[in-house]
Write a protein that binds this ligand. Structure first.
Ligand SMILES: Cc1cc2nc3c(=O)[nH]c(=O)nc-3n(C[C@H](O)[C@H](O)[C@H](O)COP(=O)(O)O)c2cc1C
Length: 453
């Protein structure tokens, strides 16, 4: 038995960007070219991930078509057209049995009542496998679809997110677990004492409640969070049970891990109540050379228009089209002091200053996986890496982002998962039937039950 984390297994999520995580995935001959609106594609991915015993599948979201230069967007179809993720997961629920179904919903362009209702419904439909990734949106285009001329400021949207989540949690507790007696003999359907109106009046929301869906099977669907800024971390420490975060080095991941877990006590939470699962982009080959070749091929498919567009987005919209691709990054102004708080901006500036990368090298580094870490190698090399980060307390698990789909997922499930299982690092059977049980998370008691205890 190993000395470190002897009784623990890593947690694994599968992040399905429509055609795959790589920016040029759709150009790969083995990618599903119409993936964004192809239900059978997603159903089949979910079943493959479940065959691999993944804890969960995750779908990102934005409530807008991406904006930018059409010359670039027309070469980069990722998230231009794609299904509403909660609708899609509701359709995936009956064709899967154990895998967790996690989707993003933004707190900036929703009302808490709608989000509470959708995720409570999903949790019932999939019998306790739902999860909500709480994001605040980083995309101005969304504002234009919701009656606003500008996005909320960074910290303001997190302030709104805290209140939003609190309202959602309160609404999920509207009905006690045993509120529905459904007793034909007495003619009583529910116990009136077990129904609670929220009567929330706060800075951003006024919500009377109660919710018109029974308490979710998991009590609350599992809460995820993906922001790594100071306020993002505080939100995660306060409410998240899973964190998705880009991490580039083991020491950086260990710092993040310690920092996140260390912030939880002040919210009355224990460290095990949060699973830290950084993104990992594996490119798997049967030999190291085959893996390198696969990655080189994908990188060769990145069009400069697309690379520059992505880099410009990371730099707060700074236009790079007039600069020499093989020259250094010019000085980039930090508009209104807000973008420096954002992780992508900080990462790109660090690579430019410390590694002296040219604009082309920067977009190649950033665009392929949008700043997240790519691990290229054999199943054993990838498992070595994952083991080192897990056993070294850098992570509790990973969010696997296959470069292209479905092939990249097939490779991971067929080649890497058995390697992890052989090493005793990953399950061979699901432990439970709900996402909470599989992640090793407690089912939360209702706030009303807690108050009366
Ligand atoms: C794995 C992962 C998934 C994310 N999914 C979404 C998403 O679906 N929708 C969204 O608007 N933002 C998404 N984000 C962005 C984050 O929510 C957040 O806006 C971003 O990390 C910047 O936050 P920060 O300023 O707190 O670092 C995701 C980020 C990561 C790392």
């Amino acid at each position: 038995m190993r000395a470190e984390r002897p009784n623990e297994m890593m947690k694994l999520g599968a992040f399905f960007h429509p055609t795959g995580n790589h920016v040029a995935a759709w150009l790969h001959p083995d990618a599903q070219i119409d993936a964004g609106t192809n239900f059978k594609h997603y159903a089949s991915l979910a079943q493959t991930a479940e065959r691999g015993k993944f804890d969960l599948m995750f779908l990102a979201d934005a409530v807008a078509v991406r904006a930018g230069k059409l010359a670039a967007l027309s070469r980069w179809p990722q998230y231009m057209v794609f299904f509403d993720p909660v609708t899609l997961l509701s359709a995936i629920a009956p064709v899967t049995e154990r895998i967790g179904l996690v989707a993003t919903a933004t707190t900036s362009y929703n009302e808490p009542y709608n989000v509470a209702r959708k995720f409570a419904s999903l949790d019932h439909i999939c019998e306790g496998r739902a999860g909500w990734n709480v994001v605040t949106s980083a995309n101005l285009s969304e504002a234009y679809n919701f009656g606003r001329e500008a996005h909320f400021e960074h910290d303001e949207r997190y302030d709104r997110a805290i209140e939003f989540a609190d309202v959602v949690f309160g609404l999920w507790d509207s009905w006690d677990d045993d509120a529905f007696v459904r007793d034909r003999a007495s003619g009583r359907y529910f116990d009136p004492a077990k129904l609670h109106a929220l009567n929330h009046k706060g800075k951003h929301f006024s919500v009377r409640g109660p919710l018109n869906v029974a308490r979710p099977p998991q009590g609350h669907p599992v809460i995820f969070q993906a922001g790594s800024s100071e306020v993002g971390r505080e939100l995660a420490a306060r409410i998240a049970e899973g964190v998705f975060t880009p991490q580039h080095t083991l020491t950086g991941a260990q710092d993040f891990y310690r920092d996140m877990k260390g912030r939880m006590a002040k919210y009355g939470r224990m460290q095990e109540q949060l699973k830290i699962m950084p993104g990992l982009n594996p490119v798997v080959g049967r030999t190291a050379r085959e893996a390198e070749e696969k990655h080189r091929f994908l990188q060769s498919l990145i069009h400069p228009d697309v690379g520059l567009e992505l880099l410009s987005n990371a730099l707060g919209g700074f236009d790079l089209s007039e600069y020499d691709l093989d020259g250094p990054l010019p000085d980039v102004p930090d508009h209104r002091g807000i973008i420096a708080g954002q992780t992508a901006f900080r990462n790109v500036m660090t690579w430019a200053r410390e590694e002296k990368l040219t604009i082309r090298q920067l977009y190649e580094r950033y665009a392929g996986a949008r700043g997240q870490r790519t691990i290229i190698g054999t199943p054993a090399q990838i498992a070595d890496h994952m083991a080192e980060w897990f056993l070294g307390f850098g992570v509790d698990g990973f969010l696997i982002q296959p470069a292209y789909l479905p092939g990249g997922l097939d490779d991971f499930v067929d080649l890497v998962i058995p390697e992890l299982q052989q090493r005793g690092l990953f399950r061979t059977e699901y432990e439970g039937t709900t996402l909470r049980e599989n992640l090793g998370l407690q089912r939360p008691a209702s706030r009303y039950a807690r108050a009366s205890d």
